[in-house]
Write a protein that binds this ligand. Structure first.
Ligand SMILES: Nc1ncnc2c1ncn2[C@@H]1O[C@H](COP(=O)(O)OP(=O)(O)OP(=O)(O)O)[C@@H](O)[C@H]1O
Length: 244
């Protein structure tokens, strides 16, 4: 079932068409990876879906509701983000995870329960009362993931969350996130330049080229039947052993 849909989207800047997309959807319980070369429009599409950027034309529909100025805040509160840079505030780990819940005015007990749950799920309970400024890159990213998932979002945006982490840290975090997301109802958009990550996390793959979605399917389908040479060139970097 589609949770978030972009329909008839154009995004035009300085007379240049950056996006031209008829239909793009994120489905309940699915991780959709979005790939494309630098400048293909991935960030622009993510920002439009996340209601952080207004398209030139078209609409974003969240669970049947067309996003507009009136419902923007309510709809944004049902989404969460993890960026390449964890963007943590200079407080304790616990306070960072609690921040979004406080903003949403949840009861103190509920906040405490959720924070403890996600500290545990991300394996960072031992860091809870320390300041975030001493964390390693991998630990900081775990805090940012705990902060996002504690919000119990319906839609999650992962914007190159593993970039900059060393290989073993990245691999473990990738497996842990896959374990946390798979089997939930969250619709996830995962933007990455590291195509080796895709088979571990994504159920679906969309390929963006010059602002257009040129192919969508399971990683296996796309790998076996690339729609054109652009897709072939991109996917040659996905290790075949992971696709079966
Ligand atoms: N607000 C804007 N004003 C002008 N041009 C923009 C704006 N936003 C994006 N662009 C241009 O649109 C194109 C697509 O940018 P975007 O950041 O969405 O691509 P991307 O696929 O995320 O690239 P990367 O992989 O490098 O992050 C780029 O050429 C960029 O310069």
């Amino acid at each position: 079932m589609s949770i978030l849909v972009a329909e008839d989207i154009t995004f035009i800047k300085n007379g240049r068409t950056i996006l031209d997309i008829d239909h793009f959807s994120l489905n309940e319980g699915e991780v959709t990876a979005l790939i494309g070369v630098n400048g293909a429009g991935k960030t622009s599409l993510m920002q439009i879906l996340a209601l952080l950027q207004q398209p030139t034309s078209g609409r974003v529909v969240f669970q049947g509701k067309i996003a507009n100025k009136k419902n923007l805040r309510e709809l944004r509160h049902r989404m969460a983000f993890v960026f390449q840079q964890p963007l943590l505030l200079d407080m304790t780990v616990r306070q960072n995870i609690a921040m979004g819940l406080r903003i949403r005015k949840l009861a103190k007990q509920e906040i405490e329960g959720r924070v403890n749950l996600w500290l545990e799920k991300l394996g960072i309970s031992h860091l809870a009362d320390g300041p975030v400024r001493f964390l390693s890159g991998g630990e900081a990213q775990r805090v940012s993931i705990a902060r996002a998932l504690a919000l119990q979002p319906e839609v999650l945006f992962l914007d190159e969350p593993f970039t900059g982490l060393d290989s073993p840290t990245r691999g473990q975090l990738l497996l842990d996130i896959a374990g946390l997301l798979h089997g939930t109802k969250i619709a996830t958009l995962f933007v990455t330049h590291d195509y080796a990550e895709i088979p571990h996390l994504a159920h679906r793959l969309s390929v963006l080229d010059q602002g257009r979605v040129i192919q969508t399917g399971t990683p296996e389908e796309i790998y076996q039947n690339p729609s054109n040479q652009v897709v072939v060139r991109l996917l040659q970097w996905i290790p075949m052993k992971h696709i079966s």
